[in-house]
Design a protein around this ligand. Structure first.
Ligand code: ZN
Length: 212
C-alpha cells in the first residue's frame, strides 16, 4: 500500500477582470476599475459606487454598490474601507459575480491569471498516485482541461487520453470550467514505455528526488 503523494497548484491573480459593457462615448466595451469608490451622503442615506475607467477613452462610469441605504445598515469598518478606496474592497467589488449580474455586465477574465504548478520535490518513479489540489487566488472560470495541459505540460489529446484511460481522475469533467479549489489524482502509467510517451519526465511535476 503506497501513501499517496500530494501537490498544490495555484491559480495566481495576474490582473483584475475587465468589466464588459458599452461606453456611451466610444466604441470600446472594456472597463477597468479606477481604484476609487465614491460615497455620497444625503442625510442618513448613502449611495456607494465603484468607479470604472473606459479602456478606450478613460471616461469614468459608476457601478451602484449601495443605493439609498441607511448609514446604520453598513458596518462602520466597511464604510471606512469605501471612503478610503481600500484596494481589497475595490478588488472584491470588481470580481463580484453578483454585482455584475445585478448591473447587467459581463466580466472578461482573459489575461487575469497564471498557473503556478511548481511543486515540492518527490521521488520520480514512485508508483504512488499523485493527488493535486488546485487552489484559486481569484474566481476566474478556467476550463479544467486547460489547467491540466499547462500544469502537466501535456497536449490536449494526451490529457484526454489519460483521463479516458482512468490515469487522471477528477471530479469536474475536463470540459467543465472551475473557478474554485478542486482536487484530482494522477496515476502513473503501468509500463515504462507508457511512462515515456505519456508523461515526459521533464514535465512531470515531481521530477527530482527528495533531498536533491
Ligand atoms: Zn469609452
Amino acid at each position: 500500500m503506497h501513501t499517496s503523494r500530494k501537490a498544490r497548484w495555484a491559480v495566481r491573480q495576474f490582473a483584475l477582470p475587465a468589466v464588459v459593457r458599452p461606453c456611451p462615448d466610444c466604441p470600446s466595451t472594456r472597463h477597468r476599475p479606477s481604484g476609487r469608490i465614491r460615497v455620497n451622503a444625503s442625510g442618513k442615506l448613502l449611495d456607494v459606487w465603484l468607479l470604472l475607467s473606459c479602456a478606450g477613452c478613460d471616461r469614468t462610469s459608476k457601478v451602484p454598490v449601495h443605493e439609498r441605504v441607511h448609514v446604520s445598515t453598513l458596518e462602520p469598518s466597511r464604510l471606512v474601507s469605501y471612503e478610503t478606496n481600500d484596494p481589497a474592497v475595490v478588488r472584491e467589488l470588481t470580481i463580484s459575480a453578483s454585482l455584475a449580474a445585478k448591473n447587467g455586465y459581463r466580466l472578461d477574465w482573459s489575461g487575469t491569471w497564471e498557473l503556478d504548478a511548481r511543486t515540492p520535490l518527490y521521488a520520480l518513479g514512485s508508483p504512488a498516485p499523485l493527488r493535486i489540489r488546485v487552489a484559486f487566488d481569484l474566481p476566474a472560470p478556467i476550463r479544467v482541461e486547460r489547467l491540466l495541459m499547462i500544469g502537466l505540460g501535456l497536449s490536449r489529446p494526451r490529457v484526454r487520453r489519460l483521463t479516458a484511460d482512468g490515469l487522471i481522475v477528477l471530479p469536474p469533467g475536463l470540459g467543465a470550467k472551475a473557478h474554485r479549489d478542486f482536487e484530482f489524482t494522477v496515476y502513473r502509467p503501468a509500463t515504462p514505455s507508457a511512462t515515456a510517451t505519456e508523461l515526459p519526465t521533464a514535465r512531470w511535476p515531481h521530477a527530482e528526488p527528495i533531498g536533491a
